[in-house]
Design a protein around this ligand. Structure first.
Ligand SMILES: Nc1ncnc2c1ncn2[C@@H]1O[C@H](COP(=O)(O)OP(=O)(O)O)[C@@H](O)[C@H]1O
Ligand code: SF4
Ligand SMILES: [Mg+2]
Length: 326
């Protein structure tokens, strides 16, 4: 993805609701899209799928996938990619599953549509897919309706539909947020297996840094519609290069650390329509107030796959240190 910019137009308007977002996801790789709620993660993921709500308009950028720019594809081409070479999993499985169809028919439908399989063959594959995603008794479960299943099972069904047509990329938007911790771990393990065995790339939208550390290779951190930092996971956790990511890590409990003494990031993510004209993080940044902070920030490439969108860090004027926790 290169330079994706989405504007909010209408009664409330926000140019650059998502602004100049660039990142890549390679085969078999897992990239995390992180940031607090309201930072533009879902809008970015939906733009990839061509599923933006009304009022949201793409004003520039490219989403290159298998030699095509998805932003200039016809609706028909896009439908062929969606659910085919790109699978999607959302936070609430029930909002994506059709309550009036058995789960088997829903999964089979994707294969009939994209792979032109007969109903019978597609249903057989649906059964295999349910088995693949760890649903016991798949032969019977294929006949069940979504409401007859638990949340964890429904999410497995969503994953089965997302991978039904052997996708190259799966977009998973907070896929485990609505699930309890044990099920969450099982679902992540399943996604890990799919990456390993089928080379599926995963773009994982999450605000859970524990999940990022555990599951992802690289991280794209967003704040108020901007990518503020790109990094591999190890270096992000060891040495973040943007004040927002530093603050995010400082405010998150690490393994075994007591929860109570952690610093919080003051203030809130700005709502659409009220983004600052200069550095979007400045109202909350403990290093703000400099001349450079008053200007819109550009992403600065730091080499080795890392970037920061902070002029002070890029100029070497600011070195970030972990806040001491008592
Ligand atoms: N359809 C929409 N109309 C107006 N504002 C929207 C719409 N969709 C998202 N937004 C706004 O865009 C910002 C980013 O939203 P979103 O991508 O859902 O955040 P995240 O997924 O990071 O929590 C938020 O300020 C949200 O209120
Ligand atoms: S540009 Fe200034 S306000 Fe923005 S993140 Fe960097 S130091 Fe903070
Ligand atoms: Mg979201």
């Amino acid at each position: 993805m290169r330079g994706l910019t989405v504007d909010l137009v209408g009664q409330v308007s926000q140019p650059g609701l998502v602004q100049d977002v660039s990142f890549t996801v390679s085969r078999g790789e897992s990239v995390a899209l992180i940031g607090e709620s309201g930072c533009g993660k879902t809008v970015t993921a939906m733009a990839i799928l061509g599923l933006l709500q009304s009022g949201l308009k793409i004003s520039s950028g490219q989403v290159c996938f298998q030699g095509k720019d998805l932003l200039t594809c016809s609706p028909r081409e896009l439908r062929a990619v969606r659910g085919g070479a790109i699978g999607a999993i959302f936070q609430e499985p029930m909002s994506s599953l059709n309550p009036t169809m058995t789960v088997g028919e829903q999964i089979a439908e994707a294969r009939r549509l994209h792979l032109k399989e007969s109903r019978k063959v597609a249903l057989r594959h649906a059964r295999e897919l349910l088995d693949r995603v760890g649903i016991a008794n798949a032969a019977q479960r294929v006949l069940a309706y979504p409401h007859e299943m638990s949340g964890g099972m429904q999410q497995r069904v969503m994953i089965a539909s997302a991978i039904a047509c052997d996708p190259a990329l799966v977009l998973a938007d907070e896929p485990t947020t609505a699930l309890d911790v044990t099920i969450q771990a099982e679902i992540l393990e399943l996604l890990r297996e799919l990456r390993r065995e089928q080379g599926i790339a995963v773009l994982l939208v999450t605000h859970d840094l524990g999940v990022v550390a555990d599951f992802c290779d690289r991280v794209v951190a967003m704040y108020a519609g901007n990518v503020v930092e790109r990094s591999d996971v190890l270096r992000l956790f060891a040495d973040p290069v943007h004040p927002y990511t530093r603050a995010l890590l400082d405010s998150t409990p690490h393994n075994g650390q007591a929860r109570k003494a952690l610093p919080v990031i003051r203030g809130r993510v700005p709502v659409a329509g009220t983004f600052p004209a200069g550095c979007r993080f400045e109202p909350r940044c403990v290093h703000g107030g400099h001349e450079a902070c008053a200007r819109p920030q550009q992403e600065a490439d730091l080499g080795a796959g890392r970037s920061t969108r902070c002029a002070r860090v890029a100029a070497g004027d600011l070195v970030l240190q972990q806040v001491a926790v008592r």
